[in-house]
Design a protein around this ligand. Structure first.
Ligand code: TXA
Ligand code: MG
Length: 356
């Protein structure tokens, strides 16, 4: 299949182009499109057949349900059986935006979308191109991240094409995603809402809006617990090389990092480092004669992880291109958007974590 490529300006989206993309969705095909979080791989969310193509293109396990994307508030009534008060508050405050709510579903939602669950995940993206596409398609769009299952999510059109070229109808290129990590998924069917996946709408924002909010223990990867969001149980976002996360007390992180990377370099390995600016400077001062075998990405200030959120997946993919043998990543504090970043980083490592 020839994958069409269209560049679109988010500020002034060319409606004629988006109409052509919407025609593909209406005809049961797949279109990758930008959202404020990551690029999505969209299909008609009410068509069992169209949605099955998403699973095929991604190589995604069938028990991992999809999010339905809508453009207008009213559409939720077709898809959700009841809207608890707290869900309504969240939607009003954070839609359009990087928040997904899980609600009891209606019968028009196909089983293939929900993986057989009696709930459905719904979100209204803020990206203009995404919303025009949904509007012009006239149906809710089922869309996971547009990557091959298990790989880092795409945050730009080139990363989408690297995984999906030839397998999908079209990609709309709206430039780099603003946030860079996926939406926050909140289960609103419980009395106290539960964060199933941290994301752009932070735990702190949610507790400020609702009071008490819980976090599914699976977010931290405790092996013994069964995640409520089926997708959270898979190793995910992973670069090819083994990835080790170092987090906690600065001095210990730096010492251990230096020791481990020196050992890896001595074994002739090519080493990838994902570090805060300060740590990168300190480390590089100590090992400058070996830099050729080192690929270093600096993610800015450790206590301001929005930049890391935006760049995380691109950098993980760059380690693949650089063909490093091993990657060490320095963690950021587990709060704000850092909660989402650390969740993805720990999962990308397969929970290969050194914590001080
Ligand atoms: O930011 C995002 O949410 C992006 C963009 C494209 O919108 N989409 C995205 O979709 O991240 P995906 O499929 O990669 O992740 C959906 C997550 C998975 O962890 C899945 O298990 C969970 O949402 N999920 C979907 N439906 C669910 C349900 N009914 N109950 C619990 N978890 C659900
Ligand atoms: Mg995904």
């Amino acid at each position: 299949m020839l994958t069409k490529y269209w560049k679109v300006d988010e500020g002034q989206p060319d409606i004629e182009i988006i109409k052509q993309a919407a025609e593909i969705i209406k005809a049961g095909g797949l279109v990758a499109f930008p959202t404020e979080t990551v690029y999505g791989l969209g299909a008609n969310g009410l068509s069992e057949e169209a949605v099955s193509l998403i699973y095929q293109a991604k190589g995604r396990p069938a028990d991992n349900p999809l999010i339905l994307h809508i453009a207008e508030y009213d559409e939720i009534n077709k898809l959700a059986r009841q809207i608890p008060k707290k869900a309504a508050i969240l939607m009003k405050k954070y839609w359009p935006g990087p928040l997904t709510v899980v609600l009891k579903r209606t019968d028009i939602v196909p089983d293939i979308v929900t993986g057989g669950l009696d709930t459905v995940a719904i979100r209204m993206p803020s990206n203009n191109i995404a919303r025009e596409l949904i509007r012009l398609s006239g149906v809710p769009i089922a869309a996971p991240s547009a990557n091959i299952s298990g790989k880092p999510s795409p945050t730009n059109a080139q990363d989408v094409l690297n995984d999906m070229d030839g397998k999908i109808g079209a990609v709309l290129d709206g430039g780099a995603a603003d946030i860079g990590v996926e939406s926050t998924v909140v289960d609103c069917t419980a009395v106290v809402p539960i964060i199933l996946r941290p994301g752009g709408i932070t735990y702190e924002m949610l507790t400020e809006t609702l009071g008490k909010v819980e976090i599914d223990p699976a977010v931290y990867g405790t092996q013994a617990v069964k995640p409520r969001a089926p997708g959270m149980k898979y190793r995910h976002y992973a670069p090819r090389a083994p990835l080790i996360v170092l987090e906690g007390q600065d001095v210990m992180v730096k010492d251990t990092l230096l020791r481990k990377m020196t050992a890896a370099l001595a074994e002739g390995k090519k080493v990838g480092l994902l570090l805060s600016t300060k740590t990168a400077e300190d480390i590089l001062m100590k090992i400058d004669n070996l830099q050729k075998q080192l690929i270093v990405f600096d993610y800015g200030a450790k206590d301001r992880p929005w930049q890391l959120a935006r760049e995380l997946y691109t950098l993980l993919r760059k380690f693949d291109v650089a063909e490093v043998d091993i990657i060490f990543a320095e963690g950021t504090p587990d709060k704000g958007i850092g909660k989402a970043v650390m969740n993805r980083l720990r999962k990308a490592s397969g929970f290969n974590i050194i914590r001080f």
